[in-house]
Structures are given as structure tokens and as C-alpha cells.
Design a protein around this ligand. Sequence first.
Ligand SMILES: [Zn+2]
Length: 420
Amino acid sequence: MGADAVKRTSRDIRTANRYEVLRQIIARSPTSRQELAAATGLSLATVATLVGELLDLRMITEVGFEDSAGGRPRGLVAVDSAGGALIGVDIAETYVRVELFDLALNVLARADEDMRPGESRPEQVVGHVAAAVGSVVAQAGVEGARVLGVGVSVPGQVDRDTGIAEYAPNWDWHDVPLLDLLAEHIAHPLYLDNPLRACAVAELWFGAARGRGDAVVVNLGTGVGAGLALGGGLHRGVSNSAGEWGHTTLVLDGRLCHCGNHGCVETYVGAPGIMLNLRELSPRSPLLHPGDQTATIDALARGVAADDPVAVKVVRDTARYLGAAIADLVNLLNPEVVVLSSWVAATLGEPLLHEVRETVAQHALKRPYAATEIVLSPIPTDPVCLGAATFALEGALQSVGQRNHKRNAGSARSRTAPPS
Ligand SMILES: [Zn+2]
């Protein structure tokens, strides 16, 4: 919880508890108040109060009773999947993907927009997002008023409170007021964060980090970073910048990075870095699709499956860089699980995972390594959209807290768009 912990008020704690209870209901539906108390460590009285609030909000519903070994039958509650819709937006360097979810976080509609190189000006990106959000709402046939919020993930450093994308190295964005620009087109509450946070939350709620105390979610896309779920919660750092592991130095005086430094992890294991690994090994390789990251990574995956020696060597070289850098995370954080997430990890899959495990074993200290499992993300859909949608859910629960405790409503993270 980072800096938030310092200024936590009773209202924040109540919001966090409401969030935790809803998260457990989503994971366990249908479930009883007794089971929720056991799962969350909260008292039965507290759980009963929070369940009552969620029932009032129509986010959950009563669904009958279960026998309790001769005792009084226990009332069961479940997520009311029709109780509202959430939208998750994954703005990546090469595409915009938008998914609309019900309250049980099932995908109801999806829209994709490709972004060509050179299409990365803020107003172009905003245009793509607005079109895709309009498309999913229309496809799902959801009334606008039922959309509880839109979570937006954008690469780089973001200020969640002001909605500003402070720095996106791959696009050279500086201090772009992204949420204000989006609010001109989208009339739902908007919440901003980055893909490291989104992937970590998705794994924490629905993936390989569920029920784990300390997890690292390694995000391998065009950009590279680590989402940190420490002590069962998201670790943001004091200015929401924790996890910028992609810009730690792997090779002293190595390749030039967009961030201005040399030898960053990202320049060896991000999609453009992998393309460079291939080009340095075999400049004329037919696997190389200049200017097209997706096509090149796809070709490498097919090449490995067909035992193409160049593809095998490139994936092995990439895994050696990646494994050495992951060993740093293992030694530093002693996590229970390291999850390889995002599109490059999903495309290269098991062969990459296998090589990474071997390299981490060579570089990490024995004790933390023995306690760490390294896995591919088990989330079958886009984890960034899923995580972004949970930010919207979190925001909706927070704004309820603010409505109930108006005198304390100082730190609004959400914003409501002007009426259209
Ligand atoms: Zn860098």
C-alpha cells in the first residue's frame, strides 16, 4: 500500500475492507458471511455490515442458504453480474485494447485498435480509446449509467491523482493530461495507472498470485517492468514508480535505452531488444520483420517450435538476459512466485520459461530461489484490461465511501466527467 499507509484514515481502511470482501465474494461466489470472515480475517460483525452495504449497492445479491452441519442455515451471497459494468483499457505501444466486464469480471465485449508507428500523439491515442470504449458499450448493449467506471492503463510513469501521464519513454510523452483529454469523449468515471500495476492486480485477484503473500509479475511487452504484490497488496512506492526494473542496468555501457541510460534490462528483453538480439545474430534472418514487433516475435515462436537453430538461439540468449535480471528480483524480494506476463511472454511461452528457470537457478542465491516458483501467467484474456477494470471497481467502491463520509472526502482519485 506504500505511501497511502502513512495517511490512512478509518475511511480508507473501511474502503479497503469493503474491497477485500467484494474480492473474496468474486473469487468464491456463492459464499456465506462466515466463510468471508474466515477468508478475510475480519470479524463476522464487520463482514455483515460490509455485505449489507454491497447488497444496498446491488453489486451482490442473496442467493439462498446452505446447511451448516445441524446449525442454523447460512445465507449465501454472490456477485450480481448484472449489477453494473466495468471497462478496462490497455493502451500499449502497438495497439489499444478495450474490454467490457460484468461485475464478476467476465468479458462481455472487446474492441481492438491497431496503432501504426508514428500514431502515438496523445490526441491520436485518445481518439482510438474513445472509439473502442464506444464500441464495447454498444456491443454489450449496456446502458451508459450502468458503467461504474473505466480503468485506463498507459505505459510509463503516471500520477493517479491528477490523471497525468508524466513520462512514457517509448513515445516521448511528458506530462500529458490524459484523463482530462479522455473525459472530453468518455462520460464515465476514469481511473489511470500503468500496466505494471494492472498486471499485478490481475494476478493478485485472478491469477498465479492469488493467495500468495509476495509475488512479482514480470511484464514483457514492448516495454518491460515488474509489478510488485508484497505482503498481499500492491506495492506502489512513494510516488507510484516502484517496479521500474526494466530501466535498471543489466549491461554496463550497454545498448542505448529510450530513457537515456545505457544497458537497461528492457533493451535486451523488450520486443525491440529481442529484435536486436536476432539482428545481431543473423542480420538477414527471414524471422526478422523490420518495424513489426508482433510479426517478429510470432516468427520466433514458430521458429522455436520448428527447431530453427537461429530462433532457438535468440530465445535462449533473451532468456539468459531475462533470467539474470529476474535473479536480482528473487534475491532482492524473496517472492513466492514470479509470473511472466504480457504479450511477449504469452507468445514465446514454455520454451522461454524453461530457459529462464535454468538461468535464474544459476544466478540467484539458493535459499530465495528454492522458495520461488516461476510460471507463465495463467490468465487467458488480456491481463492489463482485467487489471485496469479492477481499478475502476476499486474506484467505484472508494467513491461509495466518499459519498457515505462526505466530510472526509479529501483525496478523490476518481473524477466524474462533465455531463455530456
Ligand atoms: Zn532505460
